[in-house]
Ligand binder design. Structure first.
Ligand SMILES: CC(C)(COP(=O)(O)OP(=O)(O)OC[C@H]1O[C@@H](n2cnc3c(N)ncnc32)[C@H](O)[C@@H]1OP(=O)(O)O)[C@@H](O)C(=O)NCCC(=O)NCCS
Length: 324
């Protein structure tokens, strides 16, 4: 069989794709809840910010898909691409993964993109697969999980009520209020030091639009400082509740801008988020978060709130010239 490009996936192809990903994940992360079909559909079909989605698959002998490859190709070739490859356990080690990677590699090089990332679970076959094909590990991430049933609502309410002198909370769903959009972008830049992504007010709104287009809900809590006519955004935290699977929410960005650090704003913001979600979205049973394993302050905040270490992820990077 050979790799085929999938330009506009049909509903049948989306379902086959989903089955491959579910089978691969069930094999490598048996304790994880299975992905919902709507999440797969949205991932493949909803347009991403500043990039295109390219898809390939290889059918197996039974005609069903045996392996699939997703590539996020940035519009700006100076930015990095992202790939994600899945092969059904029963079809592994026959070269399908390598052929799919070669298809993505060709598209990356043709697009002038020199760097590509992949995120994998530590200790799974993806590690030797990538390390043998031009990738090296650039970051180790700890994923942590908070079970809402283990959260003491009174304790959370107490943390929120403690307040922080000179600061007040403001929260919103979806897109950031206009007057705070520029400052939210600045706070995101402070968080993403060294990253190539240039946040600005338009990008922040676009990101909220992408989440909404997937059918998910974005919740943001911010800490404001200074006069109410001209507030200064000192920090924020974001959580996304998937429309299709609201039981497992995902922590998105949290940042405190440098001038306001060291005042325990991070834990205050996150406690306020928990308090809000518990009241507003009682169906959320768990919140998942990923942090770089050298981000000691964020890991400590999460532990203090009751998040427990779940698994280790690794981020791999390759020069596209080194891909098969
Ligand atoms: C990683 C993955 C895509 C590889 O698919 P595949 O079809 O088996 O890939 P190939 O047959 O082309 O290459 C297999 C190579 O991976 C490595 N590998 C795979 N499983 C391995 C294992 N259990 N132990 C050691 N090496 C292993 C080896 O280098 C192997 O080459 P070899 O068979 O010649 O020794 C597949 O294991 C998978 O779907 N994993 C889950 C999803 C995932 O984590 N994807 C990575 C994101 S990019």
């Amino acid at each position: 069989m050979a790799v085929i490009a999938i330009d506009t996936p049909t509903d049948a192809q989306l379902r086959q794709w989903h089955r491959v990903v579910v089978a691969a994940c069930a094999h490598d992360q048996p304790d994880e809840p299975p992905l919902d079909f709507e999440q797969t559909r949205a991932r493949l079909l909803v347009p991403k910010m500043a990039s295109r989605t390219l898809l390939w698959a290889e059918p197996g002998p039974d005609g069903d898909l045996a392996g699939v490859a997703y590539l996020r190709l940035p519009d700006d070739p100076d930015r990095a691409g992202e790939i994600d490859i899945h092969v059904r356990p029963e079809h592994r080690r026959g070269g399908i993964g390598t052929r799919l990677l070669a298809a993505a590699g060709g598209a990356l090089r043709a697009g002038g993109c020199r760097t590509v990332f992949a995120q994998v679970v530590a200790g799974t076959p993806a590690v030797p697969f990538l390390e043998g094909r031009g990738f090296h590990c650039v970051l180790t991430l700890q994923s942590m999980l908070l079970r809402m049933a283990e959260v003491d609502p009174l304790e959370v309410a107490r943390r929120v009520a403690e307040g922080r002198p000179g600061y007040r909370l403001r929260r919103w769903t979806g897109t950031v209020p206009n007057e705070l959009a520029g400052q939210l972008a600045t706070a995101k830049i402070a968080m993403a030091e060294g990253e190539q992504f240039r946040w600005d007010a338009a990008r922040v709104r676009e990101m909220a639009g992408v989440v909404a287009a997937r059918g998910d809900d974005l919740y943001t809590v911010a800490a404001l400082h200074g006069p109410s006519a001209a507030p200064e955004l000192a920090g924020f935290t974001e959580v996304v509740v998937p429309g299709a699977a609201p039981e497992r929410a995902a922590q998105y960005d949290t940042a405190v801008v440098p001038e306001h650090r060291g005042r325990r704003l991070g834990i205050w913001l996150k406690a306020a988020m928990l308090d809000w979600l518990r009241a507003e979205r009682p169906e959320v049973a768990e919140i998942e978060t990923d942090n770089a394993d050298d981000n000691a302050s964020m890991l400590a905040v999460n532990r203090e709130l009751g998040f427990r270490g779940q698994r280790e992820y690794r981020e791999y990077q390759a020069d596209t010239a080194d891909l098969p």
